[in-house]
Design a protein around this ligand. Sequence first.
Ligand SMILES: NC(=O)CC[C@H](N)C(=O)O
Length: 724
Amino acid sequence: MKSLRTIALKEAQNRISPEVKSPSAKISDFFGANVFDKRKMRDFLSKDVYEKLISSINQGELINTDDANQIATAMKAWAMSAGATHYTHWFQPLTGTTAEKHDSFFEPSGDGAIEKFAGSALVQQEPDASSFPNGGIRNTFEARGYTAWDPSSPAFIMESKAGKTLCIPTVFVSYTGEALDYKAPLLKALAALDKAAVDVCQYFDKSITKVNASLGIEQEYFLVDESLFNARPDLLLTGRALFGHMSAKGQQLEDHYFGSIPERVFSYMVDFENEALKLGIPLKTRHNEVAPSQFECAPIYEEINLAIDHNQLLMDLMEKVARRHHFRVLLHEKPYAGINGSGKHNNWSLITDTGKNLLAPGKTPKNNLMFLAFFVNTIKAVSEHADLLRASIASVSNDHRLGANEAPPAIISIFLGSQLNDVLDEIEHSRISKKIKEDNALWLGIPKIPQILLDNTDRNRTSPFAFTGNKFELRAVGSSANSSAPMTILNAIMAEQLVKFKTEVDKLIKKGDKKDIALLTVIKKYIKESKSIRFEGNGYSQEWEDEAATRGLSNIKTTPKALDAYLTEKSADLFNSTGIYSKREIHARHEIMLENFYKKLQIEARVMGEVANTAIIPAAIAYQNSLIANVKGLKEIGVDSKVSLDIVKKLTEHLEIVKTNIDAMLEERKLTNKIEDTREKAIAYDEKVKTYFEVIRYHADKLEQIVDDSVWPLPKFRELLFMK
Ligand SMILES: NC(=O)CC[C@H](N)C(=O)O
């Protein structure tokens, strides 16, 4: 019988890409075609309701029942004219993926049937919450959960060959009001940030009434042929290769990065980009990434809530469209040990309703003081809550990526680039003399900030949080993550920080300081206080680990311990003052994250055992048997050769070690599964079960190097990485 690998290799060699037809040569012709955007709202709504909806989008004003009915009718009319038959609330439960439950517009009526969509169905739905992760918030006897419309993210139509569905972005909360999703806390953090930032803006510009966070999300991913993927139970079930010797050629020649895009991949990219563009996702960039078979796409930045919805939608599209091309997309942070992992770099900034980017250095000294205020407060916020930010990017899969192959380490630090670093040093050491204070001659004291910062674009890949000219790039986020988790924290700590800043500045003003002097005094103090988080060097080096320790920075390498930061008193104060999480909510989330961590390890351990026992060991034994026959045969004909015998001995050694460790791991798992406390269980999975992975893999990979290639059951790295 032919092995799955042999069949898969043959299939992978004979792929023909499906034809991809773009709706038009001009993207602007079809961009947003499947979105109920402002233009369509205007066409389908009365002027009065349109304006109310816009002010609800911009200012968060509530929509009354009559207006909701009108909006629902308009949405239905638009969606049906585009061919939709069903609608769904579209939400982001704590599973990491998106969720939907379709209902048709169709309703039987007395004399036939009608198509209906009431305002109440638009505004709120009641999906059963019992089968979503809820961390104990919901008991089975009270399984109800609500999804509630988020008007700030426009409804869209999801197309598939079989039909079209109107999707309405919503939050997801329990019957008792606790958030069960990623979006609800994000929206709360954004509201807190808006208020705090507008208050600080008032020192500089009274016309600013709204501050939005913006986000541009770079998405890295791997592609692998579908048949090869299906012949690897580890990729299929865990998203990463648990076994596999690195191929002789990996990324060492650095010949893939920005290289010419392979035809089959290009065709896939164009296909999913078209789908994304129709959904209003402003994709702009595509390229080969560093590792073989690794790629990246990136949109233009958008308002943050929309940017995150779009990224979630994009990941879903990428997976769906990949199947049309007989690819599988791997969004896992580290599918292949030994080469680069995948990140989701979050480019974050703050934009006012007057169109000003608060993290872009200005032309005038006054603008620069405003820039410095927001810039330094960001640094201060991150330095105060570095552990929480670390926790917000923690996951079982990101643990493999952090600190390895062009991914930042688990130590949170901030890279500013030499020019701004110098500016902050200068301010720190400047003296705000009595004379300056009396003359209000502050501008002499602020160093000139160049508008174009030369060394700041994508330069320091070893930094988890890098300033890149007019935004901060949180590089530590993993490719499979929902950006809401870290962005909720980043915006919340910024909100809290800006409130504190204003209190301190106001105090100085009250004591008689001129406004600008008061601002600079507090900025200067923050520069000093947050100095230890700034680091410009190589984040991978041992020197940095050592230095970070002497600076008192944390270096928490694994998720279950990193997550502790969610439960500290300092974090409780933050959650309370910004309103993003109640005590119950954060405890539930903490529990969910720990469960997710150990359950994924549990699955990996099971897959490892199964693949070793049923594929690797039998293949090695079959080869061993043929060698034994050879040894016997040689002896019979009187040839004295040690080649086969030596191989048998080596094989046997590795086989023994693999088998013993698989068995020992199973025993350890049994013990670990008995642990009741979730945190302890997660730590035990990490420290006791996971430790077997390395030794099992090492020896199984040695077997791969020895066993006859034609009988090896699993597609090898060279095939996974280079065949496309
Ligand atoms: N070129 C790059 O930016 C590499 C980034 C790297 N793939 C990461 O994990 O973040």
